[in-house]
Each structure stands twice: as C-alpha cells, then as structure tokens.
Write a protein that binds this ligand. Structure first.
Ligand code: PLP
Length: 432
C-alpha cells in the first residue's frame, strides 16, 4: 500500500504527463496521439507548456470552426460572466437563450427558408442530439428500423452507436446493437447513375423484406468514416426516396455543419430539406458543449420533458453561439473568405496527390478535405511527422488511412499555407 502511494506521488512530481498516463483510464485517446501538454490557444495556434507552437488542423474534431478564443466571442462571454448572467438553467427561459434563438432564426434559418423548424436543445453532446433524432423518427412513424450508411459515425451512446458502423466502437457496446441496417454510401468510383440505382435497390429490398424503416440517418460528408463526400445528386435522391416511402430523413450535421462544408448546412448544395437535423460541435462557436436538433414542425411530437437532460441549457454556450452567428453569419463576408480558403486547400491537396498518385487519393470537400493513403501505416507516420513539425492533424477512416484537414474556417491564408506545406513536406519525407 505504502509502495503504491509513494509510486503515485513520485509519478506526479516527476512528469506532469505521467499524471495523465497513471491516473486517466485506458480509454484516453488524443493525448496519446498528441503527446504534449497544452498551455494556451489562440486563433489557429496551440502552444504547449514548453513554448512549442502548433498550427491546428484538428480544431477539437470540428468543434472550433472559428478557431480558439476568438476575441469577439470571448468578449461576449466575459461580459456575460461579469454581469452574473445565469449559467445553468436546465431548459428554463433565459435572456441568453432567447437572444440565441432570435439570431439563429434570423441569420441561419430564415434566409434558407427554414424558419418553421423547431429547435430542441438536448444534452450538450452530439450523441445525445442523435439519440433524440432517432427517437423522434421512431415515435413519429411507429416503426423501429433505422437505415444508416457504411462508415457512418453518429456517436457512442447505445442508440447512436447502433447507427455507427466502425467495429472498434461497436464492439464496446456489451449488448447487441439492433434495429439499424447499413446501406452502401455514395461511392465516387462508380457513376452517379449506378450509385443512385444501388440506393434505390437497397430501399426496395429492405422494404420488401422487413417493411418500411422509420428513418434514415446520414452525414453529407462522413467525417470519422474517412472524409467521404456524397455527391449532391445522391443526397437529393436519398431525399426523393425517403419522401416517396414516407421515411424520415435525418441529416447528422454535427461535424459537417456550421460552415465546415462551405455552406452553413452541408446539404444546401443538394437543395433538400431534411426532416430532422442534428448540430453540435461548432454550434457554440467557442468549444463549449452545446447541441441542437432542428425538427420540421409536423414531426415535433415530443411531450414536455420526454427527452430531457440536466445540461440542456448551457447559457454561456448560448452567449458564445449567438456571438459566433452574429459575427460570421450575418453578412456574406465570411462565406466569401471561406470560399477562398477552400480553393487554397483544394488546389494544394490536388498538387500533393500528384506527388505519389499510386498511394494518395484526394477526399472530401469544403474545409473538410483529406488525403487517403493506400497503406494506413504511411498515414500514421505522415500524421506523426506533421505533429513533430508543428501541425496538429488527425486520421480517420475504417483503417485510419486518411489524414483529415479540419483547419479553422477563418484561418489566415499564411497559416493555412504553412500548415499545407508541413503536410507536403511530411509526405515527401515519408514517401520519398
Ligand atoms: C457526424 C457526427 N455525429 C455525432 C458525433 C458524436 O458527437 P459527440 O462526440 O459530441 O457525442 C460525432 C462526433 O465526432 C460526429 O462526427
């Protein structure tokens, strides 16, 4: 016993990283990939406790689309804190919530002809928003089956996990994950026509064999699944089929939403209106936890408090979310800059792919792009080399074979170029 206490004390005293390694559960993940201790963060840069700076192409797995500690967003939060604004209020009516709703409706929903969607504030994680969306689809239709897609990721609580395809996460469930069926996602290696036919046939067969499903859940750009972007025609066709068969369409915009795809919602290019939309990650604009489900009015059949949660109303997150919407989405300036940044990334990645075309493939669109490697080991070494050279970047895909670029949407062109050239050099170094 004494030996254990002494060991634990010496570990803590000698190396701060050991405190994490010793005390934190084996489940820890990112601190293994990024083996430094973070001291501070500003805009697109993270600084560690040794003073090393890293350009951030990871952005909290898409939770920091506007970068770290944006001064305007931070100022709004500081003023709110200094005014003794209420922080925790479950789903009570607060000034902060009302101000957020007004800004979101006027700047996001109304210009997109979506002002009639209802807003549900769920518990603050993405997976809780997905749980709510799946319940709604099932309760509205009185059916149980959900259609999800190969390589889709929707969270790790049991309902969402059932719709998440990766066995690494599914195997941890401890119970059978049922009532979700996986269809092939759009595949750029076949023609659009072939892909649409596959989708039609998958629905026809499922309905013949099991009856109609309650809903379909889809990411327009799959993030964790390997930065796979569905073609707009495929998403439009999915909407057509779900309408035709009276199946609810849930778009999970938790990672691809809030501007990441190049438009606020990832489905705008497809010109569709989903029945339910889940948002989280960057909706608070500050990295604070917050989640939102948008529901077409006719499907908002909840009874009061039926899907609840103690942390539905994080008012500081409402304040930062409003500041983000007002700052970035009330004029077209941000979208114009965003388009330029997307062009820079697209052009750079296309150039990089040409270095080793047999090994590399360009993935994704918008500010959610990536490079897939034939050999996943190469993706791992390239990502590690990037980190060693001052760029934080993560991997995605069923074999972790894709390096995924999630730079802040408002990153300066200079930092963006520097980050891209770190990737280019790492690939040249690793692949020769
Ligand atoms: C598309 C998508 N849905 C749901 C989730 C789950 O969100 P959370 O990790 O906040 O539960 C994620 C997280 O990466 C995601 O990318």
């Amino acid at each position: 016993m004494i030996a254990i206490i002494v060991l634990s004390m010496s570990i803590q005293e000698n190396n701060p990283q050991d405190i994490i390694n010793y005390h934190e559960s084996n489940v820890r993940g990112y601190c293994r990939q990024f083996p430094f201790i973070i001291h501070s963060s500003e805009y697109s840069t993270i600084t560690d406790t040794d003073g090393n700076q890293y350009i951030d192409f990871f952005t909290g797995a898409g939770a920091l689309n506007y970068g770290h500690n944006n001064p305007t967003i931070k100022q709004a939060m500081v003023e709110y804190l200094n005014s003794n604004g209420i922080i925790h209020a479950l789903d009570m009516a607060t000034e902060a919530k009302i101000a957020f709703i007004k800004s979101f409706v006027e700047n996001i929903l109304r210009p997109r002809d979506m002002a009639d969607y209802k807003l549900q504030f769920t518990g603050p994680t993405g997976t809780n928003a997905v749980e709510a969306a799946l319940k709604l689809a099932r309760n509205n239709t009185k059916r149980t089956d959900i259609i999800a897609f190969h390589n889709g990721f929707h969270g790790v609580t049991l309902g969402s996990l059932a719709a998440t395809s990766n066995p690494h996460f599914r195997n941890a469930a401890g119970i059978p994950l049922e009532h979700v069926f996986f269809f092939p996602y759009d595949n750029p290696d076949i023609t659009v026509g072939e892909s649409l036919n596959m989708l039609t046939n998958a629905f026809t067969t499922h309905i013949e064999e099991r009856g109609k499903p309650a809903g379909t859940i889809v990411e327009v750009i799959q993030g964790e699944g390997g930065v796979n972007a569905a073609r707009p025609e495929w998403i439009t066709h999915l909407r057509k089929l779900t309408n035709q068969h009276d199946i609810l369409l849930i778009v999970d915009d938790i990672q691809a939403g809030c501007g990441r795809s190049g438009t606020f919602f990832s489905f705008e290019e497809s010109n569709i209106k989903p029945d339910i939309i889940t948002l989280s990650k960057s909706i608070s604009g500050s990295g604070l936890p917050m989640s939102l489900v948008l529901i077409k009015e006719q499907f908002d059949i909840w009874k009061p408090g039926e899907h609840n949660g103690t942390f539905r109303g994080n008012n500081l997150a409402f304040v930062s979310a409003k500041a983000a919407i007002d700052t970035f989405w009330s004029t077209s300036d941000f979208i114009d800059t965003l388009k330029q940044r997307i062009d820079v990334v697209t052009q750079a990645l296309n150039e990089i792919i040409k270095l080793v075309p047999a090994e590399l493939t360009h993935k994704g669109r918008g500010m959610m792009q990536g490079i897939s490697f034939v050999n996943p080991d190469n993706a791992k070494i390239v990502a590690e080399t990037c980190v060693n050279n001052g760029l934080i970047i993560e991997r995605a895909g069923p074999r972790d074979e894709v390096i995924k670029l999630l730079a802040p949407l408002n990153i300066s062109e200079d930092e963006l170029q520097r980050g891209l050239s770190i990737i280019r050099s790492a690939i040249q170094e690793v692949l020769g």
